[in-house]
Design a protein. Sequence first.
Lengths: 160, 245
Amino acid sequence: MVDLHNITKQKINTVLESVCDPEIPVLSIMDMGIVRDVLFNDDEVEVLITPTYTGCPAMDMIAMQIRLALLENGYHKNKVTSILAPAWTTDWMTQAGKQKLKTYGIAAPDKKFELAEDGVECPQCNSTNTKLISEFGSTACKALYQCKDCKEPFDYFKCH
Amino acid sequence: MHQQLADYLLHLADTTLILSQRNSEWCGHGPILEQDIAITNISLDLLGQSRNFYQYAASLIGGTCDEDQLAYLRKEREYKNLLLTEQPNGDWGQTILRQFLFSQYQYLLFEQLQFNKEVQLAAITAKALKEIKYHLRWSSEWVIRLGDGTAESKSRMSKAIDELWPYTGEMFTTADYEIAFGIDTAALKNIWEEKVRIIFNAATLPVPEKVFMQTGGKQGIHTEHLGFILSELQYVQRAYPNSKW
């Protein structure tokens, strides 16, 4: 027997793939690993998301974009619920997401650098001869680095 | 029980909101761009934490209560934030020291709260803990850099310690709503002092002897500074009631 819910869920996942992080537009919210589940309450679709950082201003916008994307695809009754536990971790980011980050010029979270330290691999030239400039970068999730070989400054998506 | 939990949540929310507001005064005024960004990032984390606590408190209070009402429409005497967080920024050293003294306390407290039987409180604090780790590391490094820096930076840090130390005792005096809820902040005092001593030693800064400690913030009795903070923070909502962004 065909599980209708599974089919709908797959369709909705495809819709969610089209919703991007407004601060890092190469990453979809599926790449980020912030969608925890999709639920069906009668004819309503409920998307459960978890915030990355507590104060991240992108979260309100992401919730709005999810609702718009669902509306555009005919899911008129929908809601987005934010859940805090278990807390989001960069472990939930997909491999594809990490690759996209690197191509975009942001070093992906690396378990070797649980806390931001010198030596994170430069996304431009792959050198590990790099220097931490600041543990706080242009958004809550990033730290600022400079590569001592190619001299380019770059962001590192911190482990969280 | 609901009332006491709501009061406790307001204490946590007010504390993080007021420190966030204070740190945000540095926006565009930091000593260098990277550190301007750092202090405002911390400000944003604290603001996010306070929103979570306010939303949770509003859900317990019920009715039409929401996070904005709690932040924008309560009076000074209703605020339960720690006195330490409302103290003026002073120079960069004083701001750093305030952040360090608070982050060390917040880290130890939230380490326990993440296992609290109130699941929402546990969830908020477990999440915040990941951010506080960064606040603590950053502010510790700055305390060491400035304390063990030049004669000028050292004397400024010593002055900041004299200024802020009398507001640290309050963290470990337990309010009624904390006792009712089984929170024993007094038990954190020794470990907090030990952790602070390690950083002060590395910074070649003296740990103050016993001094008179100011209290009252947890009960709504504040220093003269809070009124000024609130008049700025609440101005738009007071002048244009119910206005929305």
